[in-house]
Design a protein around this ligand. Structure first.
Ligand SMILES: Nc1nc2c(c(=O)[nH]1)N[C@H]1C(S)=C(S)[C@@H](COP(=O)(O)O)O[C@H]1N2
Ligand SMILES: [Mo]
Length: 409
């Protein structure tokens, strides 16, 4: 193993800087020490920009545990979100500050024929290594835009990212362990822990059929590098097409269950209204719920901002991105008049069915005119974005057609 030196450097870096960085962060300190901020187009949308370990300055929504949002211009500059700009979301404040890569083990246990305990070296050398481009999007991405407002982390549109994930297929590992005949669900747990005993440990489960899909990976790298600590070093589950809550970080324990998972993060959290719209009238209580699932189709314009002015009389190319749960994007339509008339956008390079798909559309703003720019993505099975914003009490699943108001000068 000739990786010895980088490994030690890495450990020292992480030990020192992660502890230091997170220790110094207090909400008041952030405002006092840092003058740069981003203001999102909703009430109380001002966010300080702060660099945590292995990260460039990102929008800080909370510090303990860290919640970081990717400033939106990053999506215009990169179809693959750089690791140091990738958003960060944790539920529990007790996150390991240091991982010893030599003693770390991933365990597979429960309803298996053989319990496995594998080192990182074994995972990287004894299994097929596969890579997939996929979008990781928080279920609460864009929650800040909900009207009426809902409680929870007030994300703009940057609680998502697209990366090339590399690792081993979950199903290869499950086959190696051997599933018992009564295996029903697979439960995933990471190294992070609650601070208080009353908070349940963060664990998520998948139905066996979903877990056995070929694109579900246990990833050790992201865009060609090890995962950043804050994005789950050394291993994370990658479940393309599914909301990020299932993408368990710092994954160290996989348990095969022969009954439905009855723990808090499955039974009580990340639930949607059961109706097909997954919405209720504002204020209405939820009667029956279903677990969070896959991500509906979305698109964004990436090179225009709310309230921006554009030089009149000159052609302007709107750039954007679109993605869905993995059928792939069939078409993106663009409107400059709030959705009365639509033109076809030109799709850019296809990086795979689970990736961001770039698109662009041209138009000529006239001086003195106001425009309500919109984009509408349609996937390969004909699903579209919503024309009206759905509402649910946790602010999940936003995929309404977005509008950016601009005017020509
Ligand atoms: N171990 C662990 N994994 C986790 C979480 C967590 O709190 N602990 N949060 C999940 C949620 S809700 C999201 S949105 C994603 C965020 O992934 P990121 O921080 O790499 O962007 O991690 C998921 N995996
Ligand atoms: Mo999330």
């Amino acid at each position: 193993m000739n990786e010895k030196k980088p490994r030690i450097d890495r450990r020292q870096l992480l030990k020192g800087s992660l502890a230091l960085g997170l220790g110094l962060l207090t909400p008041r300190g952030l405002w006092a020490n840092d003058s740069s901020t981003v203001t999102l187009p909703f009430e109380r949308g001002r966010r300080p920009l702060v660099a945590l370990p292995q990260k460039r300055p990102l929008m800080v929504l909370a510090t303990r545990p860290p919640q970081l949002e990717t400033p939106f211009h990053i999506f215009n500059e990169n179809i693959f979100t750089p690791n140091d700009a990738f958003f960060v979301r944790w539920h529990l404040a007790n996150i390991p500050q240091e991982i010893d890569v030599n003693t770390f083990r991933l365990t597979i246990r429960g309803r298996v024929n053989k319990i496995l305990s594998l080192s990182l070296e074994e995972l990287k050398t004894q299994f097929d290594q596969v890579e997939i481009a996929a979008v990781c999007q928080c279920a609460g991405n864009s929650r800040g835009f909900f009207q009426p407002r809902v409680p929870g982390v007030q994300w703009g549109n940057g609680a998502m990212g697209n990366a090339n994930w590399k690792g081993i297929r979950l199903r290869d590992l499950l086959h190696k362990a051997g599933l018992a005949d009564d295996a029903l669900q697979i439960r995933f747990d990471g190294l992070d822990q609650p601070v208080a005993q009353v908070t349940p440990d963060f664990r998520k489960s998948l139905q066996l059929d979903d877990a056995l899909q070929k694109e579900v990976l246990i990833a050790h790298s992201m865009n060609g590098e090890s995962l950043p600590m804050l994005n789950g070093f050394p291993l994370r589950l990658v479940v393309p097409g599914w909301y990020a809550t299932y993408w368990v970080k710092m994954l160290n324990d996989i348990e095969v269950l022969n009954q439905a998972d009855q723990t808090f993060w499955t039974t009580d959290a990340y639930r949607l209204p059961a109706d097909p719209c997954h919405c209720v009238k504002p204020g209405e209580a939820l009667t029956s719920t279903v677990p969070m699932g896959k991500t509906p189709v979305r698109s964004f314009m990436t090179n225009v901002e709310e309230g921006q002015t554009l030089p009149g009389g000159k052609p302007f190319t709107i750039k954007g991105i679109a993605f869905d749960q993995g059928y792939g994007i069939d078409r993106v339509l663009f409107s400059m008049d709030g959705g009365q008339q639509w033109q076809s956008a030109r799709l850019g390079k296809d990086y795979g069915d689970f990736s961001f798909r770039p698109w662009e559309a041209k138009f000529i703003p006239e001086p003195g005119h106001a425009y309500a720019l919109q984009s509408l993505a349609i996937n390969r099975i004909g699903e579209t974005q919503r024309f009206d914003a759905r509402w649910n009490p946790h602010g999940y699943l936003r995929n309404v057609i977005e509008t950016v108001n601009i005017h020509g000068t």
